[in-house]
Write a protein that binds this ligand. Structure first.
Ligand code: FPP
Ligand code: MG
Length: 295
């Protein structure tokens, strides 16, 4: 099913008739295609659903190309990132090609779907800008973090679920709420895995977020729990390449404070809210695929 999405995405790029763009596109590692799976599960497999799923995956791929430039990320999904291989300029331009082609294809879907998806991409960009701003100094406020991840990650998942519901005449508001909660939970889980997984499993360096200035939910909960000397110690480690002692201190405090468990509970509660938003048991498995990962 998802192979048909991969093939359609490639044919959209092939249609552009540019061999450099196609070569770069072919070097992109295939992700989990979660957004495509969500669309096809909600709307069932039709020509329009495949098109919608491919458009959304092209937009998602474009956003990751730009994100890796912004984050100076040298790997993505276990392989060298496009910016690492071809440089920032080519990565940015491939991103632009993918999302503008996606927008061209979007104009062939209904007005309501086109508005839903294009509005989501604006919000996504605002979310990424917020992430950049919040990464300048340690952010202890969980509300700012939640707002940022809603925009950066959940908005496109919300728009995917809503558009798939619009395609198949289902309750679009209920599916939007499902996608929103699922998307927020998904990003919280991703941020937890940065702390609990090893580099090989992640396909990118582990414990990297804090070094990159990202105060994700477990760090915010840990900061809340620490006394004032612990708080200063945590702030000392912010944006730093950690040595073995510092790494051990951080992981030990994470364990003592149960900050990670608290973040997992938050993600699970959001997952349950997502399930409760729609009356469709088959959508439960997507939640567990996204949330019940190896912590
Ligand atoms: C990954 O975040 C980034 C996103 C989910 C969104 C990125 C959005 C943009 C760059 C806006 C531009 C949009 C287009 C369509 C060009 P992360 O860095 O937390 O996750 P990672 O660990 O996977 O890199
Ligand atoms: Mg990134």
């Amino acid at each position: 099913m998802v192979e048909r999405v991969d093939a359609l995405m490639r044919s959209y790029v092939e249609e552009l008739g540019d061999s450099t763009a196609l070569t770069l596109f072919d070097r992109l590692p295939h992700g989990k295609r979660l957004r495509a799976k969500l669309v096809l599960k909600i709307a069932r497999e039709s020509k329009e659903a495949l098109k919608l799923a491919s458009i959304i995956e092209l937009i998602h791929a474009a956003s990751l190309l730009h994100d890796d430039v912004i984050d100076d990320a040298m790997s993505r999904r276990g392989v060298d990132s496009i910016n690492a291989i071809y440089g920032n300029k080519s990565a940015i331009m491939l991103g632009d090609i993918l999302y503008s082609k996606a927008f061209f294809e979007l104009t062939t879907l209904s007005d309501e779907i086109a508005k839903t998806i294009s509005n989501a991409v604006t919000m996504l960009s605002i979310g990424e800008l917020l992430d950049v701003e919040l990464s300048k100094e340690f952010n202890p406020d969980p509300r700012l973090y939640m707002d940022m991840i809603y925009k950066k990650t959940a908005v496109l998942i919300e728009a995917s679920a809503k558009s798939a519901a619009l395609l198949s005449s289902k309750d679009s508001e209920a599916f939007a709420l499902y996608g929103k909660n699922l998307g927020i939970a998904f990003q919280i889980v991703d941020d937890i895995l940065d702390i609990t997984s090893d580099t090989k499993t992640l396909g990118k360096p582990a414990l990297n977020d804090f070094k990159e200035g990202k105060s994700t939910l477990p760090y915010i909960y840990l900061y809340e729990w620490l006394d004032s000397s612990g708080k200063s110690q945590l702030l000392n480690l912010y944006k730093k390449a950690l040595n073995e002692d510092e790494r051990r201190w951080l992981l030990e405090k994470m364990r003592e404070s149960a900050a990670i468990e608290r973040a997992i509970q938050k993600a699970k509660a959001l997952g349950n809210e997502a399930i409760n938003a729609v009356d469709d048991p088959s959508l439960k498995s997507i939640i567990s695929d996204m949330i019940d990962r190896e912590f």
